[in-house]
Write a protein that binds this ligand. Structure first.
Ligand code: FES
Length: 123
């Protein structure tokens, strides 16, 4: 099964949108590097629609105690309800618990023109 769920020009880097695939809600994300990723649109905590959250960055500790760097701008999907964060460039892995990941969907991009293409989910 495969389905066109969006076009590449629907999303700028750092943006996301909801879609539907195989009867299930999915969130299509465009990372800061322009790559597309698709995940379940249900947070594993209590089922919030992740597409209503934010694509942002997150602080990471440095070697200096108490000092953090803000990194991964546009690549961290933050849940709208309680703020759990998932790295879309690391298979949707949760930042606070790296053993938990979002369900990720296979995706391909079919170029239609220089500026646009189809985003296709498949299984
Ligand atoms: S429902 Fe997503 S963090 Fe609670």
């Amino acid at each position: 099964m495969e389905k066109v769920v969006a076009h590449t020009d629907d999303l700028a880097p750092g943006e996301m949108m909801e879609a539907e695939f195989d009867g299930r809600p999915v969130v299509i994300c465009r990372a800061s590097d322009g790559d597309f990723h698709a995940f379940t649109n249900l947070c594993p905590h209590q089922g919030a629609p992740l597409s209503k959250g934010q694509l942002c960055g997150a602080p990471e500790p440095t070697d200096e105690i108490g000092t953090y760097n803000y990194k991964n701008e546009g690549n961290i999907l933050r849940c709208p309800w309680h703020g759990r964060e998932f790295n879309i460039k690391d298979s949707g892995r949760m930042l606070a618990n790296e053993r938990q990941k979002l369900r990720e969907y296979k995706l391909s991009v079919e170029e239609l023109s220089v500026a646009d293409g189809n985003i296709i989910l498949y299984k």
